[in-house]
Design a binder for this molecule. Structure first.
Ligand code: 6PG
Length: 237
């Protein structure tokens, strides 16, 4: 596990962007599962400006999770990614592998599972991403696996239908096998609201892993945490 702690959100964005571009530098093609929510916005902004002229045609973007809403909905992770990154770079449309939030949830979980199986190399009989980017909620959820549905982490399916604990909004999410099968996993977590869970996960001596984010442990051992000081303040207490 490698901790990348930066003073500010902007510096986190810079460090993560450099990491991503470096990871792709010796590859003809790279598959990346993007995270959603708001944290990635500053990273996408940075990539769209500082790395606008990168050869984006080698990148294949997928999502680790998506809200079951149309792609035009402000809640859509796809829409956020288009607004902050995809609309500002040159990338072939066939390289964008959207989770169809406007599809029937159960059908989309199955369809996306098959898309991952078809497009990604299988390692341990599980689709393998070069990189899975994850956020973490204040409650310790990651992708769209929430604490009240921990059993979804261990589902045999590669994608499942999850439910937001407060809003009841349905989500499509990849499951633990896909996340932990990635060649590399990078958490992008900023802000003081995340510090308690970061502290619990990174400092916990006990094995009662009660948050989905604490179950992230890639078989490759390649786990990175990109954080600002606000989120990381409890680690060195
Ligand atoms: C989503 C995300 C989710 C997100 C966390 C953190 O669809 O919401 O994939 O896992 O990464 O909820 O969200 P923020 O970046 O908004 O804090």
């Amino acid at each position: 596990m490698k901790l990348h702690i930066s003073k500010t959100k902007q510096e986190v964005a810079q460090e993560f962007a450099d990491f991503l571009i470096d990871l792709a530098s010796d590859k003809q093609s790279i598959t990346v599962a993007l995270s959603g929510g708001s944290t990635p916005k500053i990273v996408f902004d940075h990539l769209a400006t500082e790395y606008k002229h990168t050869d984006w045609s080698k990148f294949h973007f997928y999502w680790g999770d998506e809200r079951c809403v149309p792609p035009t909905d402000n809640d859509s992770n796809y829409k956020m990614t288009v607004d902050y990154l995809l609309s500002k770079i040159e990338i072939p449309s066939e390289n964008i592998h959207r989770i169809l939030g406007d599809n029937i949830p159960e059908a989309e979980a199955l369809r996306y599972s098959k898309e991952l199986e078809k497009n990604l190399p299988l390692e341990n009989e599980v689709p393998q991403f070069d990189l899975v980017i994850l956020g973490m909620g204040d409650d310790g959820h990651t992708a769209s696996i929430f604490p009240h549905e921990m059993e979804l982490w261990d589902a045999t399916e590669f994608c499942v239908v999850a439910t937001h604990p407060e809003s009841g909004q349905q989500r499509i999410s990849v499951t633990g096998d896909v996340i932990n099968n990635a060649k590399a996993v990078a958490f992008l977590v900023t802000g003081a609201s995340k510090k308690d869970k970061i502290d619990a996960i990174l400092n916990s001596q006990n094995d009662d892993l009660e948050y989905p984010a604490s179950l992230v442990s890639p078989l490759s051992g390649e786990l990175h945490w990109f954080m600002d000081e606000e989120a990381a303040q409890g680690i060195y207490k």
